[in-house]
Design a protein around this ligand. Structure first.
Ligand SMILES: Nc1ncnc2c1ncn2[C@@H]1O[C@H](COP(=O)(O)OP(=O)(O)O)[C@@H](O)[C@H]1O
Ligand SMILES: O=P(O)(O)O[C@H]1O[C@H](CO)[C@@H](O[C@H]2O[C@H](CO)[C@@H](O)[C@H](O)[C@H]2O)[C@H](O)[C@H]1O
Length: 444
């Protein structure tokens, strides 16, 4: 039995940055599964706790803990425990839990361990995140997932697919994972190759856009390269064999286009109802915006649905050694795993990245900088790189008009998501997607 003092759990959870239920009264917390790793130097226990709220859906969290005389001690504060957790992954360990088992999996081969000293130095990542990431020996980054979801974790599934079934390497390769099997099954941790001296694409682009001079050829060729890497990623997804049902491309059907179109029209209704109170002029544009969504249903279907990144923006790419790497394949956090694993039009990823260029320019303007018309050239360069890398690909629509109509509809979909995301998280930023919606209505 775990030694967790259940009476202390609600207060402990509420004091953790990664706990997303801080605002809601907790009715009950229980341990739904746990595994004790007594043999490890730190006496690590992995507990999965379920939080039932007075209102709303229950949530599950992973609590790596160690014995302590003064309450609950987070084991991830202890370097020895972090090393022990990594050992489970590296050794492919199998440890029984109360109602299943904890399974480590190493797919990085012996070369994935090259250069790791002993004991492995541990460095915690000082970034705002809803999980906990640590860098081991500057070679491996382990993300311990805090909020657990049942089902197949898309970041694990996609990382594994790319590493083992494709030659796509413009990504920090997945090295291994820790999973809990059984009734409370979930992915608990992921280990990727750490990319030293990298900067994320958002910071990188902002820095470029803050500079007073107009966009130069170098910047545009970097954007073209970014488009090409996304094209390569989609080619890798598109290469999945038929017997790999989770990844095999499927023909795009009229009913897919109709379903996506109807969903965007629905999202438009919900989003304008919420945002229209603050931005009254949006309401008058509804009909024109609905048109963009409806045109999607009228496209003659061609091309395929494939697995996609699903939440692509500049914060999901890294720049290192003059190369772009695409990472974080977990999809949009607000969607369920099932919906994130659906096959979709690859143009949804293209639209996500294009929206990010507008965000970067708008952010520079919010900081007091002068907008310098960089979105159009960046978008063109990115699209040109993408089109070259995907020339003749079976997953793309067969004609340019369909490509443009679909891309426009997915840009609208992303804009609506962004309006809702900003209202909930960064109200000062809502004007970025709202202003883009207004411009879209004006046909720009
Ligand atoms: N393989 C990697 N190499 C270098 N830095 C990384 C790597 N993976 C993630 N990071 C850094 O860690 C941050 C958080 O990683 P991420 O996977 O996005 O975590 P979360 O999903 O919890 O937000 C990223 O913004 C990036 O700066
Ligand atoms: O970081 P996540 O993958 O969880 O993505 C969420 O947060 C993003 C903000 O961090 C949000 O992205 C939006 O803002 C970005 C600038 O901060 C911009 O580059 C993106 O284009 C814009 O969509 C993302 O939508 C949300 O899912």
């Amino acid at each position: 039995m775990t030694t967790l003092d259940l009476t202390k759990l609600p207060d402990h959870l509420k004091s953790q940055r990664w706990f997303s239920g801080k605002a809601w009264p907790i009715k009950q917390v229980s341990v739904v599964d746990h595994a004790n790793l007594d043999a490890t130097p730190c006496n690590l226990s992995l507990a999965v706790v379920e939080v039932v709220y007075e209102l709303g859906q229950p949530e599950r969290y992973l609590l790596p803990v160690k014995p302590s005389t003064d309450g609950i001690k987070d084991a991830l504060e202890d370097d020895g425990c972090l090393r022990a957790l990594f050992d489970l992954i590296r050794d492919g360990a199998q440890i029984p839990s109360a109602s299943g088992r904890v399974v480590g999996e190493w797919i990085g081969g012996p070369e994935g361990l090259l250069g790791l000293p002993s004991p492995i130095p541990v460095r915690r990542l000082l970034v705002e995140q809803s999980n906990t990431s640590v860098v081991l020996g500057e070679k491996v980054i382990v993300k311990i997932i805090r909020k657990l979801e049942a089902g197949v974790n898309p970041e694990y599934e996609v990382g594994r697919f790319l590493a083992t079934r494709t030659s796509f390497r413009a990504t920090p390769v997945l090295l291994g994972a820790l999973r809990l099997e059984g009734a409370a099954g979930a992915t608990l941790a992921l280990a990727h190759r750490f990319v030293p001296d990298s900067v994320d694409g958002w910071k990188y682009t902002l820095e470029r856009m803050r500079q007073a001079r107009p966009v130069g050829d170098r910047f545009l060729s970097e954007m073209e390269e970014l488009g090409a890497r996304l094209g390569d990623l989609h080619q890798a997804f598109g290469s999945a064999p038929l017997d790999d049902t989770a990844f095999a491309p499927e023909p795009l059907l009229q009913e897919d286009l109709q379903r996506w179109s109807a969903s965007i029209v629905g999202e438009l209704g919900v989003t304008l109802a919420e945002a229209g109170r603050l931005h009254a002029d949006l309401e008058g544009r509804r009909e024109r915006l609905v048109e963009y969504a409806k045109r999607l249903a009228q496209v003659t279907p061609s091309g395929q649905k494939i697995r996609i990144h699903g939440d692509l923006h500049l914060g999901q790419v890294l720049r290192a050694n003059d190369q772009w790497l695409i990472f974080d394949f977990e999809g949009e956090p607000a969607r369920s795993f099932t919906s994130r694993r659906e096959k979709y039009s690859p143009l949804r990823d293209v639209a996500g990245m294009i929206r990010s260029f507008d965000y970067a320019e708008a952010t520079v303007a919010l900081e007091g900088g002068t907008p310098r018309g960089r979105v159009g050239p960046s978008r063109d360069a990115f699209l040109s790189g993408y089109r070259k890398a995907t020339q003749g690909a079976a997953f793309l629509p067969s004609d340019d008009a369909a490509f443009d109509t679909m891309l426009r509809a997915f840009e609208l979909e992303k804009l609506l998501y962004e309006v809702r995301y900003e209202m909930a998280n960064r109200p000062d930023w809502v004007r970025i997607p709202v202003e883009a919606l207004m411009r879209m209505e004006e046909g720009q």
